[in-house]
Ligand binder design. Structure first.
Ligand SMILES: [Cu+2]
Length: 162
């Protein structure tokens, strides 16, 4: 158990190092992430969703062509649609952040799917998700794992990020 905890700590430190490195910037400078969060996943659960808003201050659209994370075997981009009262998710290869606009990944809309989790995601943890853009730029986003229990949903109101 003690070994296990030490190992998790190491992973977290690595994640932080990656984030600060990329803040120096090889990502598309015009794109800024905000309001990132991921759903928690208990032991044995292998799928979680991640959301983030991407604002593009530039004059050219930026196209997201892939994502990855050290906590998951695969990170897919999905779109959501409701057909005949049933919500369905579909894998997509590209998501565009419009010029001088915003792409919001939200529940019920386009989102990231962390597939094949290699560890539980606990509320309060922060994971790193790397977004890959057309042209080769990458953006590492620190994604806090949210507490999605009913009680905390109220606390996570408009001021939850302050
Ligand atoms: Cu999905």
């Amino acid at each position: 158990m003690r070994l296990n905890i030490a190992f998790t700590g190491t992973i977290l430190l690595c994640g932080i190092a990656v984030v600060s490195q990329s803040a120096v910037g090889k990502g598309p400078a015009a794109v800024q992430p905000s309001a990132a969060w991921a759903t928690p996943a208990g032991r044995g659960q292998i799928v979680a969703a991640a959301y983030v808003s991407l604002r593009n201050r530039g004059r050219t659209p930026q196209t997201l062509v892939g994502a990855s994370s050290s906590v998951a075997a695969d990170v897919q981009m999905h779109s959501s649609e409701v057909k005949g009262g049933i919500a369905r998710m579909r894998r997509v290869e590209r998501l565009t952040v419009p010029a001088r606009g915003e792409l919001k990944l939200t529940p019920g809309g386009p989102h990231l799917m962390l597939m094949g989790l290699n560890r539980p995601l606990k509320a309060g943890d922060t994971i790193t998700v790397r977004l890959r853009f057309e042209g080769g730029a990458v953006l590492d986003v620190a994604v806090p794992v949210a507490d999605t229990s009913a009680k905390s949903a109220m606390k996570r109101g408009p001021h939850a990020n302050h």
